[in-house]
Design a protein around this ligand. Structure first.
Ligand code: ZN
Length: 254
């Protein structure tokens, strides 16, 4: 299996990373994809290793870090993202939940990430919180047919999901999808599986029945199981299909 979105390099894993990685391998994870929070995330990603797991890096500035003044120039971001061992651009996106004060800066950062993603031809990773309309509007403006990417931790409506897919993007299915009261499962049931991939967003947003705990890659099995239920398919078929989609989008070897 592939965890397409995970922040294993954060301090929440410092104490027991070896155990977290053995549980991930035991759960069947072969690949872990890591979006960055800032460029400081990258050297920390390099320290991770496990004989049965391939780790993949991305480069970008998270929208909430933009609030802290961590805006990247297009040139700097391009220098990171053009490197052969960087498989994606992000995470970027918009987050108006914590503060409305940095909308302009976040939007500018998102546009820079879009331009770099198109220039290096690698997928963009989009975070969205309380900002759906602006996010989709900017993607619409930036999409020239060459932008690919993921609305990570998808939590939109059916209409927003369709709009995202029509824009050429994929949907990352994570913990929120398994929450009973969130209603994302009903939305996902109506959207095509061949545009979906699985993710944890660990250490955040652990799926049910682990909700409220620190999330980790091994918990992805719960999300896979729930997606199989919602789609009325065997879980191994859901795993195989979503893995295939992720491998294709990120250009990972089989
Ligand atoms: Zn994330």
């Amino acid at each position: 299996m592939i965890d397409t979105h995970c922040h294993l390099y954060l301090e929440q894993f410092e104490k027991d990373i070896d155990k977290v990685l053995s549980r991930a391998a035991q759960a069947g994870l072969s690949d872990i994809l890591m979006p960055a929070i800032t460029f400081d995330s990258l050297p920390k990603m390099d320290q991770l290793s496990h004989p049965d797991i391939d780790f993949h890096k991305m480069a970008g500035i998270h929208p909430t870090s933009v609030n802290d003044g961590k805006q990247a120039t297009e040139e700097t971001l391009y220098e990171y993202c053009k490197q052969a061992d960087i498989i994606g651009v992000g995470e970027t996106g918009l987050d108006y939940y914590w503060s409305d004060d940095f909308k302009a800066e976040q939007q500018e950062s998102l546009r820079i990430h879009c331009r770099v993603a198109k220039a290096v031809q690698k997928p963009i990773i989009l975070h969205n919180r309380s900002s759906t309309e602006d996010l989709l509007k900017i993607i619409e403006e930036e999409q020239d047919g060459s932008l690919s990417g993921i609305w990570h931790c998808f939590n939109g409506s059916e209409e927003e999901g369709k709009r995202t897919i029509d824009l050429g993007l994929h949907l990352g299915i994570g913990g929120i999808f398994t929450f009973k009261n969130a209603g994302v499962d009903k939305t996902v049931a109506q959207l095509p599986l061949d545009k979906m991939m699985l993710e944890t967003d660990a250490p955040y947003l652990a799926p049910a029945p682990k909700r409220g705990k620190r999330n980790e890659p091994a918990f992805i099995v719960h999300t896979a199981k729930r997606l199989a239920e919602v789609k009325g398919l065997p879980v191994d078929e859901v795993e195989r299909k979503t893995n295939q989609i992720a491998r294709k989008l990120f250009g990972l070897a089989d």
